[in-house]
Design a protein around this ligand. Structure first.
Ligand code: ADP
Length: 384
């Protein structure tokens, strides 16, 4: 029998966006999240108020649902493994998360699978950075990444010279459990793909998208990406290899770099729904959120095709400290033809915080047109 009660570890916007699909599918969501104002509190059937790494709370969550999934992967895997041994069903499975939660381990996993990744090296405390740089063949600029708990560019630093690298390692080593150092990829574009795998091993992919980051934070997504067909096929192939090798069930987001010579490198794999797939809520036959619920509830996967020739998604990021809900600006953005505004209901804005997003459906796949639409939204949103 299909599973019907889904436990979600994490109650941010990714869980919140599963709300309407859960209703459509007749699935109930039970959520573990620390804050009473967290976005997904409003759509949950039941809530366990606890941090995402509180495994005792997850044991309670397990009693209230048929399957547990993640909207936030910063969990305590060792503690959760004990629950899995007692028969609790996690999707994706915990063993598959082991190589993914540490960026260095993840790079090794991808490399060992034969997938293309940037040149990288571990730079654990105690190693002299100048020696690591010279023995690894990396040259400045380099990218320094905290091995764990990085998101939205937090913990990722582009470093131009040796003295900055030493400074960063010195100042952050107390707070961070190890770093990864890698080549700076002078990419032509950043791309991403959302892929899903079902319990019977079927893998589907969404159209490959272009993502645009500023200061390491995603600002906009253009779907589909304007890329040669063989690049899209290569990326679909990478996605299938990865999900099949991990033997996972659910949605995964894969971020990639496209170099000028046409070569693709995998940057990162997220074991959950992903910002680069938000366009699917309005622009695809099956959203990534519905797809994830379909997969973890043993259902067949839905159609990933777009319902419009193209779409652009723009994140509405906080740009000040405020408690405003920005009703006026949201209404103005909604006036744009075929615009769909999603507001996460956070009661506090801070610079860089993801407060909502907008997707606009476009009637032709034209990158300039998509960029112009994104600029129009951003000029409304970021105006004083
Ligand atoms: P996070 O996990 O915090 O999202 P990422 O590793 O994805 O961090 O990095 C965030 C952004 O930083 C990327 O989208 C890209 O724009 C930039 N970046 C990361 N690694 C590299 C790299 N090796 N070369 C060039 N830019 C990079």
């Amino acid at each position: 029998m299909a599973r019907k009660r889904v436990g979600i570890i994490g109650g941010g916007q990714l869980a919140w966006m599963m709300g309407s699909a859960a209703k459509t599918l007749g699935v109930e969501l039970v959520i573990q999240t620390p804050g009473t104002n967290d976005p997904a509190v409003s759509i949950a059937k039941e809530i366990i108020f606890a941090p995402v790494d509180d495994a005792n709370a997850t044991a309670k969550l397990a009693q209230r649902c048929d399957v547990i999934t993640f909207e936030n992967e910063f969990v305590n895997l060792d503690a959760l493994s004990k629950l899995a041994e007692q028969g609790v069903c996690f999707r994706p499975r915990l063993e598959a998360l082991i190589p993914l939660l540490d960026k260095y381990h993840q790079r090794c996993y991808l490399r060992d699978l034969g997938l293309p990744v940037p040149k990288f090296v571990d730079i654990s405390q105690g190693l002299k950075s100048a020696e690591v740089i010279s023995s690894s063949g990396l040259g400045f600029p380099v990218v320094l990444k905290a091995r764990r708990h990085g998101y939205d560019g937090q913990g990722t630093f582009i470093i131009k010279e040796q003295s900055h690298l030493d400074q960063k390692l010195d100042s952050d080593s107390k707070n961070v459990s190890g770093f990864l150092l890698e080549e700076y990829v002078p990419f032509e574009r950043e791309l991403a793909v959302i892929a899903a795998r079902s319990t019977n091993g079927e893998v589907v992919t969404y159209p490959v998208v272009e993502t645009q980051q500023e200061e390491q934070v995603c600002r906009r997504v253009i779907a589909p990406a304007e890329i040669p067909e063989q690049v899209a096929l290569k990326i679909e192939d990478i996605a299938c290899t990865l999900l099949n090798s991990l033997q996972v069930v659910g949605i995964f987001g894969i971020e990639l770099f496209l170099r000028e010579d046409g070569k693709v490198l995998v940057n990162e794999l997220a074991p959950r729904t992903h910002n680069s797939g938000h366009f699917s809520l309005d622009a695809c036959k099956t959203s990534q959120f519905e797809q994830h619920l379909r997969a973890v509830c043993d259902r067949t996967l839905g159609n990933t095709a777009m319902i419009s020739p193209s779409a652009v998604m723009v994140n509405l990021l906080g740009y000040e400290n405020s408690q405003s809900d920005y009703t006026g600006k949201r209404q103005q953005i909604e006036q744009i033809p075929q615009a769909y505004v999603h507001w996460y209901g956070k009661n506090e804005s801070r610079p860089g915080r993801k407060l909502g997003h907008v997707t606009v459906l476009l009637d032709s796949p034209n990158r300039d047109r998509a960029m112009a639409t994104a600029r129009e939204i951003e000029s409304i949103w970021y105006s004083k």
